[in-house]
Design a protein around this ligand. Structure first.
Ligand code: ADP
Ligand code: MG
Length: 368
C-alpha cells in the first residue's frame, strides 16, 4: 500500500480528537489491552521473510542467519513514570536493570546474550553526570553477563527519561525453548523465588510517601536488603540456562517472569494449548517476602502469583527429564501441565481448587 498524505486525507490530529478518518468511533488502547494490541499488530504482518524462524509472540524473535546457531533478537522500552520512578531508583541500578531484563528475555529462549544497543531519550533535566551514572550500571551488567554494547541512539525527549534496549543472542537449534512446547504431564518449574520484587516496590513506594509528607525523615531501607535489591537490581537467570545445559535438559517450554507468575503461566497455556495446575504450597518464597507480605496485610501466595518483575524463568520439563532437574540449585516444581479443557487451576494449601487468575502486572498508562 502506497501512502499519500494528501490523497488519503489522513490528518493525524484527528486520531487524537476522537475520530478515525472515516468518522467512526475511536477505540481506546485500554479496550484492547497490551496483548490485544500486539495480536492486532501481528495479524497485519503475515508474510515473514524466509529467515524468520519465529516472529512476534515469544520472548525473542528467532532468525536463521546462515550459521549453525539461531540469532535471537528482542527489545524493551522503559519509560520514566511508567516503569521506574527516579525518586527511589538510582540511575546506576536503572541501567543495570534495563540490561538484565533484556538478558532475561534471551535466557527465556534458552539462549546466550551477545550484544545490546541502547537508545536514550533525555530531557534537559538530565546532566552529563547523570548519563555517566546510568551507563555505569549498563557497563556493570555488560561485564556481569559478558555482553557488548555495540550501538544505540540519543535523542532529546520533551519530558523524562526513556531507555530503549535492543539485544541479540544465540542458541543452538536443538536447544531452543519456545513458549509453545509444553505437553500434558510436563512438570512446571520456576527458578529462584517469587514476589520479592513486588514487596520491594511496595516498601519503596511507602517510604516515598512518608518522605513527601515528612522531608526531614530519612528512609531506612536497611531492614529489607533482599526485597529492595530484587526490585532495584534484579539478575537475569543465566546460571539456570547454564545448569540446564550441563544437566542435558532442554525445557519443553519456557518464558521469563516479568508480569507475574500467573500471567506467564497463561502465556504458556495459550501458546502450548495445555492447561496447568499450580500448587500454592510449592511456590518458592523467601522468608523475608513471606514476612513482609503479612506485614502489609497481603496474602504471600498472591504476591508470588501476581507480583511481577521477578525475572525468574518459568519452564516445563518432560517427566523423563525430571530426575536430571530435581537436584539443580534454585529450581522448584510448582505444578504440571494437563490436557486442554481440564482448567487452569490453583490449588491452595488447604487443598481447595480455585481457578487460576491472570491478573498480571498493570503498568500505569500516562495521560497526555
Ligand atoms: P516480554 O514481556 O517477554 O518482553 P512482550 O509481552 O513485551 O514480551 O511482547 C510479546 C511479543 O510481542 C514479543 O514477541 C514482542 O516482540 C512482540 N511485540 C510487543 N510489542 C510489539 C509491537 N509494538 N509491535 C510488534 N511486536 C510487538
Ligand atoms: Mg519475556
Amino acid at each position: 500500500m502506497e501512502i499519500s498524505y494528501l490523497s488519503d486525507g489522513a490528518v493525524p490530529a484527528v486520531y487524537l480528537r476522537g475520530m478515525d478518518q472515516d468518522g467512526g468511533n475511536r477505540t481506546e488502547i485500554g479496550e484492547l489491552g497490551e496483548f490485544g494490541l500486539i495480536d492486532r499488530i501481528a495479524s497485519q504482518f503475515q508474510q515473514p521473510h524466509a529467515a524468520v524462524v519465529r516472529g512476534i509472540g515469544d520472548d525473542a524473535a528467532v532468525l536463521q542467519t546462515g550459521g549453525d546457531h539461531y540469532l535471537l533478537w528482542s527489545t524493551d522500552t522503559l519509560a520514566e513514570g511508567i516503569h521506574f520512578d527516579l525518586a527511589y531508583m538510582p540511575l546506576r541500578h536503572l541501567g543495570f536493570k534495563a540490561v538484565a531484563s533484556n538478558v532475561s528475555d534471551i535466557c527465556a529462549m534458552n539462549g546466550k546474550a551477545t550484544a545490546i544497543t541502547v537508545g536514550l531519550g533525555l530531557s534537559n533535566r538530565f546532566s552529563v553526570e547523570a548519563v555517566d551514572e546510568l551507563y555505569s550500571g549498563i557497563r556493570l551488567a555488560c561485564d556481569r553477563y559478558g555482553i557488548a554494547l555495540v550501538g544505540g541512539d540519543t535523542t532529546a525527549s520533551p519530558k523524562g527519561l526513556v531507555i530503549h534496549i535492543g539485544i541479540v543472542g544465540q542458541v543452538a537449534p536443538d536447544r531452543i525453548a519456545y513458549r509453545s512446547g509444553a505437553k500434558p504431564g510436563d512438570i512446571l518449574c520456576v527458578s529462584g523465588d517469587l514476589g520479592a520484587a513486588y514487596l520491594g516496590l511496595q516498601i519503596l513506594e511507602r517510604e516515598k510517601r512518608i518522605f513527601l509528607q515528612h522531608p526531614e525523615m530519612q528512609p531506612d531501607l536497611s531492614k529489607f536488603p533482599y526485597l529492595i535489591e530484587r526490585q532495584l537490581k534484579p539478575e537475569a537467570r543465566v546460571k539456570t540456562v547454564e545448569a540446564l545445559e550441563k544437566a542435558g535438559v532442554v525445557p519443553s517450554s519456557m518464558i521469563d517472569i516479568s508480569d507475574g507468575l500467573s500471567s506467564e503461566v497463561f502465556h504458556l497455556h495459550r501458546h502450548s494449548g495445555v492447561d496447568f495446575s499450580v500448587f500454592e504450597e510449592k511456590l518458592p518464597l523467601d522468608q523475608s517476602t513471606y514476612d513482609q507480605a503479612l506485614a502489609f496485610n497481603l496474602d504471600p501466595g498472591t504476591c508470588a502469583l501476581n507480583g511481577g518483575e521477578d525475572y525468574e524463568l518459568l519452564f516445563t520439563v518432560r517427566q523423563e527429564d525430571w530426575e536430571k532437574v530435581v537436584d539443580l540449585e534454585g529450581i522448584t516444581a510448582i505444578g504440571y501441565a494437563t490436557e486442554a479443557g481440564m482448567g487452569m487451576q490453583y490449588i491452595s494449601k488447604a487443598g481447595n481448587v480455585h481457578p487460576l487468575m491472570a491478573l498480571g502486572w498493570q503498568h500505569g498508562r500516562s495521560q497526555d
